[in-house]
Design a protein around this ligand. Sequence first.
Ligand SMILES: Cc1cc2nc3c(=O)[nH]c(=O)nc-3n(C[C@H](O)[C@H](O)[C@H](O)COP(=O)(O)OP(=O)(O)OC[C@H]3O[C@@H](n4cnc5c(N)ncnc54)[C@H](O)[C@@H]3O)c2cc1C
Length: 471
Amino acid sequence: MMQTILEPARRLNVRQSCDVLVAGGGTAGVAAALAAARNGAKTILIEQLPLPSGTMANGGIVANSFYSTYTPICPVPKRIVRGIAKEIEDRVIEAGGSPGGIAIDPTTSHYRRPYLFINDPEMYKAVIGQMLLEAGVTVYLHTFLSDVLKDDQGKPYGVIIESKSGREAILATCFVDCTGDGDLAAHAGAQTKLFYQEYNVKPLASIGKMFGIGNVDLERFVPFAQQRGMITQAIRGKNFAGEDAYVRVVVNFLLDPVCEKFAQQMGFRSVTFFSIHKDTVDFVNGIGRQNVNILNLDEFSAIELDMQRIACEFVRYVRQNFPGFEHAFVKSTANQIGVRASRVVVTDFVPSIEQITASTRFDDEIGVYGHSDYMPVDPQSVMRNQGLYGLPYRMLLPVGLDRVFVAGRMVSTNLRSHMSTRNTVGCMVQGQAAGTAAALVAKNGYTSRQLPYALLRSALEAGGVYFEPRS
Ligand SMILES: Cc1cc2nc3c(=O)[nH]c(=O)nc-3n(C[C@H](O)[C@H](O)[C@H](O)COP(=O)(O)OP(=O)(O)OC[C@H]3O[C@@H](n4cnc5c(N)ncnc54)[C@H](O)[C@@H]3O)c2cc1C
């Protein structure tokens, strides 16, 4: 049994009070904080890492991460996500951080998407930082949420944060948990489920390590790997240098008897190279581990150390074995391993995969979405009909809690549905709605469940959210 001690009570500084406290400045949290502030709420965003962005850029995936503002091919691709997701796209392009969407033939795309939106992670971080400042959000970085303060009835009224300034309190009327791991909701008393085991299914692991490789010539590598039968996808487009180049190359190591041994030793099968800058693989996706519980400190620490080793061994292997990689080096590694799922929060409603694929619409929807990561491997997850579905407001409300909202990858207790809702653009739609709702609840004194839908809807529409007309 773990030894325990009694922590002595102590008086804490109250750093600030606010209307809306957003925990976690990741994919969903940035959208939530922007939306809350733009709807008139005094908003504080706390983030444990040095910069906001979350799995998008700190996790290293941003180069090809906008899955997806468009529907897949059913019946024709069309843009269905606007609002803050679209605004971020536009701002990143305007800042020179993206050459824009690369049109691809959706019939050859794994996910049947018509565009890849590729962008530069460092520019992305700079752009969202500016957007948060412009909106008037108070951003506390290097700040970890460690507990929730509750009154005698168990209602949250503040959070405890830890930073270089010490242990302090922030008081708030509403709370939006965008920590990805449900930290705030769990401390507030939400029902939660440890979800990482659900990802012990092919093709995904519960965590993934992203890294970039410099000094690469894909023009020489791809024909070589094609000859060996290892390439399952090679998409060309314009890179940042304006050149026609390979931007997305999927390499299945198991299809080559020599590489297979290395891949099995390292515990991966297929990797995707994303290349947006000349002579660079900006990030490698596909190297990860199954069954990792990052809520366990021993496991989390051990996996970070191990994945850094594996990233470096991978680059050494390709340097020694593949033409085009002879002078390659590890250009970057993500600030932290990427987590697909850890703890998810039980909310009032979770759309089922049948509702998702059948284009189900809801009376309380906060936007529409149409991507599923399971489409290439799971016939049950292929989007049908219009290729979009409604995201209901109820999915943001943790069962039994008031004035606490959740958004992002910690929402959805069903694996097949999670494979849709956890994707970046889905997280942004949820984040924008959670921040908007929290601001309206705080401003008007409603409970989360009393918030009139018409009010929420018109605020979301004013924020640019697209609502596909219902037939
Ligand atoms: C390896 C990998 C590849 C992926 N590839 C794609 C892809 O190509 N396209 C796509 O659309 N999706 C992809 N995804 C999924 C998608 O990126 C994530 O599901 C999504 O970004 C999660 O957003 P989020 O806001 O829920 O969490 P995150 O973006 O992870 O944000 C959570 C934030 O909360 C902070 N935080 C956590 N706990 C605390 C705390 N206690 N106190 C303060 N701050 C805290 C974190 O530092 C982080 O910034 C991928 C995921 C992984 C892991």
